[in-house]
Design a protein around this ligand. Structure first.
Ligand SMILES: *Cc1c(COP(=O)(O)O)cnc(C)c1O
Length: 389
Protein backbone atom coordinates (compact mmCIF):
# COMPACT_ATOMS: atom_id res chain seq x y z
CA UNK A 1 0.00 0.00 0.00
CA UNK A 2 1.55 3.21 -1.07
CA UNK A 3 -1.18 5.74 -0.54
CA UNK A 4 -1.51 7.39 2.83
CA UNK A 5 -4.60 8.15 4.94
CA UNK A 6 -7.36 10.21 3.41
CA UNK A 7 -7.28 13.83 4.28
CA UNK A 8 -10.81 14.95 5.02
CA UNK A 9 -10.31 18.33 3.35
CA UNK A 10 -8.47 17.52 0.20
CA UNK A 11 -7.30 14.47 -1.63
CA UNK A 12 -3.89 13.37 -0.41
CA UNK A 13 -0.95 14.66 -2.43
CA UNK A 14 2.21 12.70 -3.07
CA UNK A 15 5.33 14.75 -2.48
CA UNK A 16 8.35 14.19 -4.72
CA UNK A 17 10.27 16.97 -2.97
CA UNK A 18 13.37 17.37 -0.78
CA UNK A 19 11.17 17.73 2.32
CA UNK A 20 8.83 17.92 4.02
CA UNK A 21 7.98 14.57 2.51
CA UNK A 22 5.11 12.14 2.21
CA UNK A 23 4.76 10.35 5.56
CA UNK A 24 2.94 7.14 6.45
CA UNK A 25 -0.61 7.15 7.81
CA UNK A 26 0.64 5.66 11.07
CA UNK A 27 3.26 8.40 11.55
CA UNK A 28 0.46 10.96 11.20
CA UNK A 29 -1.94 9.00 13.43
CA UNK A 30 0.34 8.72 16.48
CA UNK A 31 0.30 12.51 16.78
CA UNK A 32 -3.39 12.40 17.85
CA UNK A 33 -2.29 12.42 21.45
CA UNK A 34 -1.18 15.05 23.93
CA UNK A 35 1.74 14.21 26.15
CA UNK A 36 3.27 16.59 28.66
CA UNK A 37 6.95 17.23 28.11
CA UNK A 38 7.67 15.88 31.60
CA UNK A 39 5.52 12.79 31.20
CA UNK A 40 7.66 9.72 31.81
CA UNK A 41 6.25 8.12 28.64
CA UNK A 42 7.44 11.08 26.64
CA UNK A 43 10.87 10.96 28.33
CA UNK A 44 11.15 7.27 27.47
CA UNK A 45 10.37 8.08 23.84
CA UNK A 46 13.12 10.72 23.76
CA UNK A 47 15.64 8.29 25.26
CA UNK A 48 14.75 5.65 22.69
CA UNK A 49 14.92 8.15 19.81
CA UNK A 50 18.40 9.28 20.86
CA UNK A 51 19.60 5.69 21.19
CA UNK A 52 18.25 4.71 17.77
CA UNK A 53 19.83 7.73 16.10
CA UNK A 54 23.28 6.73 17.35
CA UNK A 55 22.66 3.23 16.06
CA UNK A 56 21.87 4.59 12.58
CA UNK A 57 25.11 6.57 12.72
CA UNK A 58 26.98 3.35 13.56
CA UNK A 59 28.24 4.72 16.87
CA UNK A 60 27.81 4.13 20.57
CA UNK A 61 26.66 6.19 23.48
CA UNK A 62 29.67 7.52 25.34
CA UNK A 63 31.73 8.23 22.26
CA UNK A 64 28.91 10.15 20.54
CA UNK A 65 25.67 11.79 21.65
CA UNK A 66 22.45 12.47 19.76
CA UNK A 67 21.09 15.94 20.46
CA UNK A 68 17.63 17.08 19.39
CA UNK A 69 17.27 20.77 18.55
CA UNK A 70 13.93 22.54 18.03
CA UNK A 71 13.36 24.22 14.67
CA UNK A 72 13.99 23.16 11.08
CA UNK A 73 17.24 21.62 9.89
CA UNK A 74 18.93 24.98 9.37
CA UNK A 75 18.52 25.81 13.09
CA UNK A 76 20.65 22.74 13.87
CA UNK A 77 23.29 23.80 11.34
CA UNK A 78 23.33 27.20 12.99
CA UNK A 79 23.56 25.56 16.40
CA UNK A 80 26.71 23.65 15.42
CA UNK A 81 28.30 26.65 13.68
CA UNK A 82 27.53 29.13 16.45
CA UNK A 83 28.40 26.88 19.36
CA UNK A 84 31.38 24.75 18.33
CA UNK A 85 33.71 27.31 16.72
CA UNK A 86 35.47 29.88 18.92
CA UNK A 87 34.65 33.54 18.23
CA UNK A 88 38.04 34.15 16.69
CA UNK A 89 37.87 30.80 14.88
CA UNK A 90 37.92 29.94 11.21
CA UNK A 91 35.64 27.66 9.22
CA UNK A 92 36.47 26.07 5.89
CA UNK A 93 33.38 25.31 3.81
CA UNK A 94 33.37 23.07 0.75
CA UNK A 95 30.79 24.50 -1.63
CA UNK A 96 29.20 22.93 -4.67
CA UNK A 97 25.62 24.00 -4.18
CA UNK A 98 23.17 26.24 -2.34
CA UNK A 99 23.36 24.32 0.95
CA UNK A 100 27.14 24.64 1.14
CA UNK A 101 26.70 28.37 0.52
CA UNK A 102 24.14 28.49 3.33
CA UNK A 103 26.69 27.12 5.83
CA UNK A 104 29.13 29.89 4.89
CA UNK A 105 26.37 32.52 5.20
CA UNK A 106 25.43 31.33 8.68
CA UNK A 107 29.06 31.54 9.79
CA UNK A 108 29.38 35.05 8.39
CA UNK A 109 26.36 36.20 10.39
CA UNK A 110 28.17 35.01 13.52
CA UNK A 111 31.34 36.85 12.47
CA UNK A 112 33.23 33.61 12.09
CA UNK A 113 35.97 33.86 9.50
CA UNK A 114 35.17 31.69 6.48
CA UNK A 115 37.39 30.24 3.78
CA UNK A 116 35.74 28.35 0.97
CA UNK A 117 36.58 25.78 -1.63
CA UNK A 118 34.09 26.37 -4.38
CA UNK A 119 33.54 24.23 -7.42
CA UNK A 120 30.78 24.08 -10.06
CA UNK A 121 27.47 22.59 -8.93
CA UNK A 122 27.84 19.58 -11.21
CA UNK A 123 31.27 18.62 -9.92
CA UNK A 124 32.88 16.93 -6.95
CA UNK A 125 35.25 19.06 -4.87
CA UNK A 126 38.96 19.08 -5.62
CA UNK A 127 40.62 17.26 -2.72
CA UNK A 128 44.08 18.56 -3.63
CA UNK A 129 42.75 22.08 -3.23
CA UNK A 130 41.27 21.07 0.12
CA UNK A 131 44.64 19.71 1.21
CA UNK A 132 46.49 22.84 0.11
CA UNK A 133 43.97 25.08 1.88
CA UNK A 134 44.41 23.11 5.09
CA UNK A 135 48.20 23.38 4.81
CA UNK A 136 48.21 27.11 4.16
CA UNK A 137 45.54 27.97 6.76
CA UNK A 138 46.92 26.56 9.99
CA UNK A 139 44.26 28.38 11.99
CA UNK A 140 41.24 26.51 10.60
CA UNK A 141 39.11 25.05 13.40
CA UNK A 142 36.53 23.20 11.40
CA UNK A 143 35.78 21.86 7.90
CA UNK A 144 32.17 21.67 6.71
CA UNK A 145 30.66 19.83 3.76
CA UNK A 146 27.18 18.84 2.61
CA UNK A 147 26.71 15.09 2.05
CA UNK A 148 23.85 15.02 -0.43
CA UNK A 149 23.83 18.49 -2.03
CA UNK A 150 20.06 18.70 -2.35
CA UNK A 151 20.53 21.52 -4.88
CA UNK A 152 21.32 18.91 -7.52
CA UNK A 153 21.30 15.49 -5.85
CA UNK A 154 25.09 15.20 -5.96
CA UNK A 155 26.73 13.00 -3.31
CA UNK A 156 29.94 14.44 -1.91
CA UNK A 157 32.66 11.91 -0.93
CA UNK A 158 32.40 12.46 2.83
CA UNK A 159 34.51 9.43 3.72
CA UNK A 160 37.46 10.52 1.56
CA UNK A 161 37.14 14.10 2.78
CA UNK A 162 37.11 12.81 6.37
CA UNK A 163 40.30 10.81 5.83
CA UNK A 164 42.02 13.97 4.63
CA UNK A 165 40.57 16.30 7.25
CA UNK A 166 41.61 13.97 10.07
CA UNK A 167 45.28 14.42 9.16
CA UNK A 168 44.91 17.94 10.57
CA UNK A 169 43.81 19.00 14.01
CA UNK A 170 40.38 20.26 12.94
CA UNK A 171 36.75 19.31 13.49
CA UNK A 172 34.79 17.69 10.68
CA UNK A 173 31.21 18.84 10.24
CA UNK A 174 28.79 17.16 7.80
CA UNK A 175 25.36 18.41 6.73
CA UNK A 176 23.73 15.04 6.12
CA UNK A 177 20.26 16.55 6.18
CA UNK A 178 18.91 14.80 3.10
CA UNK A 179 20.90 11.54 3.31
CA UNK A 180 20.93 10.34 6.92
CA UNK A 181 18.77 7.24 7.35
CA UNK A 182 18.98 6.32 3.66
CA UNK A 183 22.69 6.47 2.82
CA UNK A 184 24.92 4.38 5.11
CA UNK A 185 27.34 6.37 7.25
CA UNK A 186 29.60 5.52 10.16
CA UNK A 187 30.59 8.66 12.01
CA UNK A 188 33.60 7.21 13.82
CA UNK A 189 34.96 5.57 10.68
CA UNK A 190 34.47 8.73 8.59
CA UNK A 191 36.03 10.89 11.32
CA UNK A 192 32.92 13.05 11.73
CA UNK A 193 32.71 15.28 14.80
CA UNK A 194 29.30 16.79 14.06
CA UNK A 195 26.59 15.50 11.74
CA UNK A 196 23.29 17.27 11.24
CA UNK A 197 20.02 15.89 9.91
CA UNK A 198 16.32 16.68 10.30
CA UNK A 199 13.11 14.98 11.38
CA UNK A 200 11.38 15.34 8.04
CA UNK A 201 13.78 13.89 5.49
CA UNK A 202 14.86 10.26 5.02
CA UNK A 203 13.69 9.09 8.44
CA UNK A 204 10.21 10.13 7.25
CA UNK A 205 9.00 12.07 10.26
CA UNK A 206 7.14 15.37 10.21
CA UNK A 207 8.90 18.76 10.48
CA UNK A 208 9.73 20.38 13.80
CA UNK A 209 13.27 19.62 14.86
CA UNK A 210 16.79 18.85 13.74
CA UNK A 211 19.29 16.34 15.05
CA UNK A 212 22.97 16.72 15.81
CA UNK A 213 25.15 13.68 16.30
CA UNK A 214 28.22 14.97 18.11
CA UNK A 215 31.50 13.41 19.15
CA UNK A 216 31.47 14.02 22.87
CA UNK A 217 35.21 14.67 23.21
CA UNK A 218 34.95 17.45 20.65
CA UNK A 219 31.77 19.00 22.02
CA UNK A 220 33.10 18.94 25.59
CA UNK A 221 35.88 21.30 24.51
CA UNK A 222 33.47 23.99 23.31
CA UNK A 223 32.45 25.38 26.70
CA UNK A 224 31.86 29.12 26.37
CA UNK A 225 31.81 29.19 22.55
CA UNK A 226 28.03 29.50 22.12
CA UNK A 227 27.04 32.79 20.55
CA UNK A 228 23.31 32.32 21.02
CA UNK A 229 21.23 31.36 24.01
CA UNK A 230 18.60 29.08 22.46
CA UNK A 231 20.85 27.20 20.02
CA UNK A 232 23.58 26.46 22.58
CA UNK A 233 24.49 22.89 21.63
CA UNK A 234 26.49 21.95 24.71
CA UNK A 235 23.81 23.35 27.03
CA UNK A 236 21.16 21.37 25.13
CA UNK A 237 23.13 18.14 25.58
CA UNK A 238 23.92 18.81 29.23
CA UNK A 239 20.27 19.31 30.04
CA UNK A 240 19.21 16.19 28.15
CA UNK A 241 21.86 14.21 30.01
CA UNK A 242 21.10 15.78 33.37
CA UNK A 243 17.37 15.07 33.61
CA UNK A 244 16.21 14.02 30.14
CA UNK A 245 14.49 17.39 29.65
CA UNK A 246 14.70 19.99 26.92
CA UNK A 247 15.69 23.51 27.90
CA UNK A 248 12.64 24.91 26.11
CA UNK A 249 9.31 23.46 24.94
CA UNK A 250 10.00 20.41 22.77
CA UNK A 251 7.83 19.64 19.72
CA UNK A 252 6.10 16.79 21.56
CA UNK A 253 3.81 15.62 18.74
CA UNK A 254 6.62 15.73 16.22
CA UNK A 255 8.82 13.65 18.50
CA UNK A 256 6.11 11.03 18.99
CA UNK A 257 5.69 10.87 15.21
CA UNK A 258 9.44 10.60 14.76
CA UNK A 259 9.62 7.67 17.15
CA UNK A 260 7.01 5.87 15.08
CA UNK A 261 8.99 6.74 11.94
CA UNK A 262 12.10 5.16 13.49
CA UNK A 263 10.15 1.97 14.25
CA UNK A 264 9.02 1.92 10.62
CA UNK A 265 12.59 2.44 9.42
CA UNK A 266 13.62 -0.54 11.49
CA UNK A 267 10.75 -2.64 10.12
CA UNK A 268 11.89 -1.80 6.59
CA UNK A 269 15.33 -3.23 7.27
CA UNK A 270 17.04 -0.11 8.57
CA UNK A 271 19.23 2.08 6.39
CA UNK A 272 19.90 -0.75 3.92
CA UNK A 273 16.21 -1.47 3.45
CA UNK A 274 15.34 2.17 3.01
CA UNK A 275 18.23 2.68 0.61
CA UNK A 276 16.95 -0.22 -1.51
CA UNK A 277 13.47 1.32 -1.82
CA UNK A 278 14.78 4.79 -2.60
CA UNK A 279 17.18 3.35 -5.17
CA UNK A 280 14.29 1.52 -6.87
CA UNK A 281 12.31 4.76 -6.85
CA UNK A 282 15.24 6.57 -8.44
CA UNK A 283 15.87 3.89 -11.06
CA UNK A 284 12.20 3.79 -12.00
CA UNK A 285 12.23 7.57 -12.28
CA UNK A 286 15.27 8.01 -14.49
CA UNK A 287 14.34 5.14 -16.81
CA UNK A 288 10.90 6.68 -17.34
CA UNK A 289 12.18 10.25 -17.69
CA UNK A 290 14.87 9.23 -20.17
CA UNK A 291 12.31 7.35 -22.26
CA UNK A 292 10.29 10.58 -22.49
CA UNK A 293 13.38 12.49 -23.64
CA UNK A 294 14.48 14.17 -20.37
CA UNK A 295 18.10 14.10 -19.26
CA UNK A 296 19.61 14.39 -15.80
CA UNK A 297 21.66 17.45 -14.92
CA UNK A 298 24.46 15.45 -13.25
CA UNK A 299 26.65 12.67 -14.53
CA UNK A 300 25.19 9.39 -13.23
CA UNK A 301 28.35 8.60 -11.23
CA UNK A 302 28.01 11.80 -9.15
CA UNK A 303 24.26 11.45 -8.70
CA UNK A 304 22.70 9.89 -5.60
CA UNK A 305 19.31 8.20 -5.34
CA UNK A 306 17.86 10.96 -3.10
CA UNK A 307 16.79 13.66 -5.54
CA UNK A 308 17.38 14.25 -9.25
CA UNK A 309 17.68 17.52 -11.18
CA UNK A 310 16.45 17.70 -14.75
CA UNK A 311 17.31 20.68 -16.98
CA UNK A 312 14.25 22.25 -18.60
CA UNK A 313 13.82 20.55 -21.96
CA UNK A 314 14.61 22.66 -24.96
CA UNK A 315 11.11 22.76 -26.45
CA UNK A 316 9.13 25.91 -27.35
CA UNK A 317 5.97 24.64 -25.61
CA UNK A 318 7.62 23.68 -22.33
CA UNK A 319 6.86 26.05 -19.49
CA UNK A 320 7.83 24.90 -15.99
CA UNK A 321 5.11 26.84 -14.12
CA UNK A 322 2.43 25.24 -16.24
CA UNK A 323 4.04 21.79 -16.05
CA UNK A 324 4.23 22.11 -12.24
CA UNK A 325 0.65 23.30 -11.86
CA UNK A 326 -0.80 20.62 -14.09
CA UNK A 327 1.05 17.91 -12.13
CA UNK A 328 -0.03 19.51 -8.86
CA UNK A 329 -3.67 19.44 -10.02
CA UNK A 330 -3.20 15.70 -10.42
CA UNK A 331 -1.85 15.58 -6.81
CA UNK A 332 1.77 15.02 -7.78
CA UNK A 333 4.07 17.60 -6.23
CA UNK A 334 7.50 18.01 -7.82
CA UNK A 335 9.99 20.76 -6.95
CA UNK A 336 11.50 23.79 -8.66
CA UNK A 337 15.25 23.82 -9.27
CA UNK A 338 17.97 25.49 -7.22
CA UNK A 339 20.95 25.16 -9.58
CA UNK A 340 22.45 28.59 -10.16
CA UNK A 341 23.86 28.08 -13.67
CA UNK A 342 20.99 26.15 -15.30
CA UNK A 343 17.18 26.09 -15.35
CA UNK A 344 16.25 22.79 -13.74
CA UNK A 345 13.43 21.16 -11.84
CA UNK A 346 13.83 18.45 -9.23
CA UNK A 347 12.11 15.18 -8.42
CA UNK A 348 12.75 13.51 -5.08
CA UNK A 349 12.84 9.73 -4.56
CA UNK A 350 12.50 9.97 -0.78
CA UNK A 351 9.64 9.86 1.73
CA UNK A 352 6.84 7.29 1.98
CA UNK A 353 6.72 6.72 -1.77
CA UNK A 354 7.25 3.49 -3.66
CA UNK A 355 8.22 2.49 -7.22
CA UNK A 356 4.48 2.19 -8.01
CA UNK A 357 4.08 5.87 -7.04
CA UNK A 358 6.96 6.74 -9.34
CA UNK A 359 5.20 4.90 -12.13
CA UNK A 360 2.03 6.91 -11.42
CA UNK A 361 4.04 10.13 -11.47
CA UNK A 362 5.62 9.14 -14.77
CA UNK A 363 2.19 8.49 -16.29
CA UNK A 364 1.02 11.89 -15.05
CA UNK A 365 4.11 13.54 -16.60
CA UNK A 366 3.41 11.77 -19.89
CA UNK A 367 -0.21 12.98 -19.93
CA UNK A 368 0.87 16.48 -18.95
CA UNK A 369 3.42 16.70 -21.75
CA UNK A 370 0.76 15.54 -24.17
CA UNK A 371 -1.64 18.25 -22.99
CA UNK A 372 1.13 20.83 -23.40
CA UNK A 373 1.98 19.42 -26.82
CA UNK A 374 5.59 18.74 -25.85
CA UNK A 375 7.05 15.67 -27.52
CA UNK A 376 10.70 15.42 -26.56
CA UNK A 377 11.32 12.14 -28.33
CA UNK A 378 10.71 13.82 -31.68
CA UNK A 379 12.86 16.90 -31.15
CA UNK A 380 15.87 14.91 -29.99
CA UNK A 381 18.66 15.33 -32.50
CA UNK A 382 20.00 11.98 -33.57
CA UNK A 383 22.92 12.24 -35.99
CA UNK A 384 22.26 9.77 -38.79
CA UNK A 385 25.88 8.91 -39.37
CA UNK A 386 27.90 9.08 -36.20
CA UNK A 387 31.29 10.68 -36.50
CA UNK A 388 34.20 8.33 -36.71
CA UNK A 389 36.71 8.89 -33.95
C1 LIG B 1 16.66 20.30 3.74
C2 LIG B 1 18.07 20.67 3.85
C3 LIG B 1 18.52 21.62 4.81
C4 LIG B 1 17.64 22.28 5.84
O1 LIG B 1 16.50 22.82 5.44
P1 LIG B 1 15.38 23.30 6.46
O2 LIG B 1 14.41 23.94 5.55
O3 LIG B 1 16.00 24.25 7.42
O4 LIG B 1 14.86 22.10 7.18
C5 LIG B 1 19.88 21.86 4.88
N1 LIG B 1 20.75 21.24 4.10
C6 LIG B 1 20.37 20.32 3.18
C7 LIG B 1 21.41 19.64 2.36
C8 LIG B 1 19.02 20.01 3.03
O5 LIG B 1 18.64 19.10 2.12
Amino acid sequence: MSSTAENQYEKEKLLFTPGPLTTSATVKQVMQRDLGSRDYKFSDIVVDIRRRLLEIGGVTDGEYAAIIMQGSGTFSLESVISSTIPRDGKLLVIINGAYGRRIAQIAEVHNIEVVTITCPEDQLPDLDELNTTLITNKDINSVAVVHCETTTGLINPIKKIGELVKQYNVDYFVDAMSSFGAVPVNLAEFGIDYLVTSANKCIEGVPGFGIILARKDSLDQTDGYAQTYSLDLLAQLRRLEYDGQFRFTPPTHTLIAFHQALLELDAEGGVEGRAARYRSNYETLIAGMRSMGFQEYLRPEDQGYIITSFPYPDHPNFDFEEFYRRLNDRNFVIYPGKVSQADCFRIGSIGRIFPADMTSLLSAIKETLKEMDVDLTKTKIQPETPHKI
